[in-house]
Each structure stands twice: as structure tokens, then as C-alpha cells.
Design a protein around this ligand. Structure first.
Ligand SMILES: O=P(O)(O)OC[C@H]1O[C@H](O[C@H]2O[C@H](CO)[C@@H](O)[C@H](O)[C@H]2O)[C@H](O)[C@@H](O)[C@@H]1O
Length: 267
């Protein structure tokens, strides 16, 4: 644990009702699995969040998933006070109410052109396209050589994103074509600004490249005097987050154990 992270954790313990706790979903609250549709939250994740919700100022999940999908796969419906910001902050779910903007026209254009691009790239048949409405995620985890497959796609998908006014969001054996202008850092900052009150402390837990922006938001808040914790759900697939983290735990099991310890006064 870094000294700044320990300060952040102390501040959460001292004034939990003013703290904002944020979490990524896949790889942080939900173990990584081969099939994106088969991902489910760790069996103790929803219970830990339900215990935390009445104690802390705000509890928010910021995910690349559509908000409704994260709620369903997480088993989060019914957790009072939990907010889920989906599609990197474009969508919002709270108390069963879902707000989803219309996708930009570039998504439809990219959807139409993607099969041709995958064919031109010689993408293996196991390449999987997850259509998220606001974004298209191209997964190679199920390919025989997922790293080779993703590298083969990188430049062609970047060109398709540019042609359609989208951006490429890289992740764990996935390249997503999604609208520009939002990321997890902006989403977290906007969520905190909307609350009105300056938080007593902030924590964000993540595992993947998309979570770096949220770590950046924690760093900015720290520079503004808000104590903060950057918690990394560690994996061998992504190391960039561990390099920026205050504390590294062993995947979703470690994240849930960290929350249980925080709740029991042992973290
Ligand atoms: O922001 P997150 O909650 O971490 O979501 C990021 C992307 O996660 C999902 O893909 C990842 O998890 C899959 C299931 O474990 C795994 O098969 C895949 O390799 C990972 O990249 C999800 O499918 C994407 O839509 C999310 O944007």
C-alpha cells in the first residue's frame, strides 16, 4: 500500500458517509471468462456492495458494459443507492431507472462495415463481435492465439473507427469501437460533481486499460486535496494499472475480500 493510498483508506474509514467508492465490473467485480455473455459477478460481490451502500456517500460502478447488462450480470438490482454508469459513462442506471442516449450514426456505419474489415484482416472464425448498441467490441480471447489475432486487427479497426467518427478502446483481448468524448475518468468526475458535495475520500477499483482514466481522476482529486485510493484487481494480462495502483489484490476474489475487510474494520 502506498502512503497516499493509506491516507485515502484512513479517510474512508473516518468519514465513510462522505466517501465515493467506484468500481469497474469485468475483471474487478466479475471474474474474466471466455464468453462475455457468461460473465457474472463474484458470488459475494453484490452482498458486499449491498452492505456498503448505506454506509458510504456514493457507490458507483463505471463499466464498459451497457448499464442494464452490468446490473443483470452483477445481480445488482435492488441495491439501494447503487448507481451504474454504463458504456464508459454514456448510460446511467439508478433504482431501476435506465437512461440511454441514442447511439451516434457512426456506430451503424461501423456495424455494417465490420464484417468486411474482419474478413480483410483474416480474423480467425473464433473472433467474436459483441454488439452493445452504443459500441462494438471485437473479442479474440477464444482464438487459438488471441494476442496475434488482436494485433492483426489493431490498425484496420483504428482506420474503421476514424472513418466512422468513433474511437478504439483497447482492453483485455478486446478492441472496442465506441463514441468519443467520454471515458471512465470523465464519468467519475461528472458523477462526483453532480453530487454537489466535495467527497471526504474517493476509491476506484479496476483491472483494465479503460480504468486508467478513472485512476487519473483519483490522482486529480488527490491533487485537489481529496484523499484517494487506487485499487488494482491484479492479473497477468494487464500490468499498466498495477504500476499506477496504491494497492494490488488478487483479482475479483481479492477485491471482494478487501471490501469485506473494510466492512469488518480490518482493511
Ligand atoms: O469496464 P469493464 O466492466 O471492465 O468492461 C470492459 C469490457 O469487459 C468485457 O470484456 C472482458 O470481459 C469478458 C468476460 O470476462 C472477457 O471474455 C473479455 O476478454 C474481456 O475483454 C465486455 O465483454 C466488454 O463489453 C466490456 O467493455
Amino acid at each position: 500500500m502506498t502512503a497516499a493510498g493509506a491516507d485515502g483508506l484512513d479517510a474512508i474509514r473516518e468519514a465513510p458517509s462522505g466517501a465515493v467508492l467506484g468500481f469497474d465490473f469485468d475483471g474487478t467485480l466479475a471474474p474474466i471468462v471466455d464468453d462475455p455473455a457468461a460473465a457474472r459477478a463474484h458470488p459475494r460481490a453484490a452482498a458486499a456492495l449491498a452492505r456498503l451502500a448505506p454506509l458510504v456517500g456514493s457507490l458507483v460502478i463505471v463499466t464498459g458494459r451497457p448499464a442494464a447488462v452490468a446490473v443483470e450480470y452483477g445481480g445488482f438490482d435492488g441495491i439501494d443507492g447503487l448507481v451504474v454508469l454504463g458504456q464508459y459513462g454514456l448510460e446511467r442506471w439508478e433504482s431501476g431507472v435506465l437512461t440511454v442516449p441514442d447511439p451516434p450514426p457512426g456506430v451503424a456505419e461501423a456495424r455494417a462495415k465490420l464484417p468486411g474489415v474482419l474478413e480483410a484482416a483474416g480474423a480467425p472464425s473464433e473472433t467474436y463481435v459483441e454488439d452493445k448498441g452504443q459500441a462494438l467490441a471485437v473479442h479474440t480471447r477464444r482464438c487459438a492465439e488471441p494476442e496475434v489475432a488482436i494485433e492483426r486487427l489493431r490498425s484496420l479497426l483504428a482506420a474503421l473507427a476514424e472513418r466512422t467518427g468513433l474511437v478504439v478502446e483497447p482492453g483485455r483481448f478486446v478492441l472496442e469501437l465506441r463514441p468519443p468524448g467520454m471515458d471512465k475518468g470523465r464519468a467519475l468526475r461528472a458523477f462526483i460533481a453532480d453530487r454537489g458535495a466535495r467527497p471526504s475520500a474517493v476509491l476506484f477499483a479496476g483491472d483494465d486499460l479503460g480504468d486508467l482514466a478513472a485512476f487519473g481522476a483519483v490522482e486529480e482529486l488527490r491533487a485537489e486535496g481529496v484523499p484517494g485510493v487506487k485499487l488494482c484487481s491484479g492479473s497477468t494480462e494487464v500490468t499498466a494499472l498495477a504500476e499506477r495502483a496504491d494497492v494490488i489484490v488478487d483479482g475479483p476474489e481479492g477485491v471482494v475480500a478487501f471490501l469485506d475487510a473494510l466492512l469488518d474494520g480490518a482493511a
